[in-house]
Write a protein that binds this ligand. Structure first.
Ligand SMILES: [Zn+2]
Length: 292
């Protein structure tokens, strides 16, 4: 089910064998590849065939909304330069060297890196008075297949996430109003970074994520203002997803220096009234929000 596409993206680990290598130093030309997370957060990765030499640069392509991109590296037994852990707030195109290392001729060596990203430039706290509608049409019912803390992929910063079992092509509605800040509908691929998605910034500064949407199934664009209940796209099975479903979460950068971002529980309005917490296995019928 339901692997989340947003999170700790790529981890490359290379463990060097200790000592007694006959071939000294870095061998061979650097093979280069570009790895992109969604459209804008790309990394140029170059490494020798034996991985004893590597260079990585962040190649940010630019975005409507500022994104925080956190990069972590761990290097031992190698010469060169690298960023241990750093968070950049990015919006315009920018190139940032992350790591450039070479192993010596003897001894063990190791390099690894990972990154994470989240929209926004500053931390935000969720307004718990906000009431959300279910993100599908009135009268429809879909089963929650992974809820808060779901052990397949709802953990850490994404703890408060919900997955609905949903056939490809189902209309997806905004659960709460706001401004569309990221939208992608061109992907027909599975895997990390390839999710079609819509992200909406709420008035409290938190962001709702609607992931895995159908190719050509996104009906809004960045900058657009939407009300709760507005059609934003159609569900699918793109990106880091193992079956057709809709992933939903509300999250924001965290003020806690030990956390990068935090997700928040949200209250939903249903045909049976208000539900404080949707449960795995639950089937909830959608209804328009009561007029306040
Ligand atoms: Zn999910």
């Amino acid at each position: 089910m339901a692997r989340l596409g947003t999170i700790s993206a790529i981890i490359l680990a290379v463990l060097g064998a200790a000592g007694c290598q006959s071939s000294g130093g870095v061998s061979g030309p650097m093979a280069e590849s570009e790895q992109c997370w969604w459209v804008h957060t790309c990394f140029d990765v170059a490494q020798t065939a034996d991985k004893r030499g590597a260079a990585i640069a962040l190649d940010y392509k630019g975005s409507f909304e500022p994104f925080a991109v956190q990069v972590r590296t761990s290097v031992s037994g190698m010469d060169g330069t690298w960023l241990e852990k750093e968070t950049f707030i990015l919006q315009k195109p920018r190139q940032i060297p992350i790591l450039d290392v070479k192993a010596g001729t003897t001894g063990s060596w190791d390099w690894r890196w990972s990154f994470d990203q989240h929209p926004g430039a500053v931390p935000a706290i969720h307004d718990d008075r906000a009431l959300y509608r279910l993100p599908y049409r009135d009268g429809e019912t879909y089963e929650v297949i992974q809820g808060y803390g779901g052990n397949f992929s709802h953990n850490g910063d994404n703890f408060y996430s919900i997955d609905w079992d949903m056939p490809v092509g189902t209309a997806v509605l905004a659960a709460r109003g706001g401004i569309v800040v990221s939208a992608r509908g061109d992907s027909n691929r599975k895997g990390r970074g390839w999710d079609n998605h819509v992200i909406i910034r709420h008035p409290d500064g938190t962001y709702a994520w609607y992931l895995h949407l159908q190719q050509n199934g996104v009906t809004v664009q960045p900058g657009q203002s939407v009300e709760a209940g507005a059609l934003i796209g159609h569900s699918g099975d793109t990106g880091f997803s193992s079956r057709a479903h809709l992933h939903f979460q509300v999250s924001a950068l965290s003020a806690d220096p030990d956390k990068f971002y935090a997700s928040f529980p949200t209250r939903f309005w249903t045909a049976d009234g208000e539900i404080a917490q949707l449960r795995k296995g639950g089937r909830y019928k959608a209804m328009s929000l009561p007029s306040s």
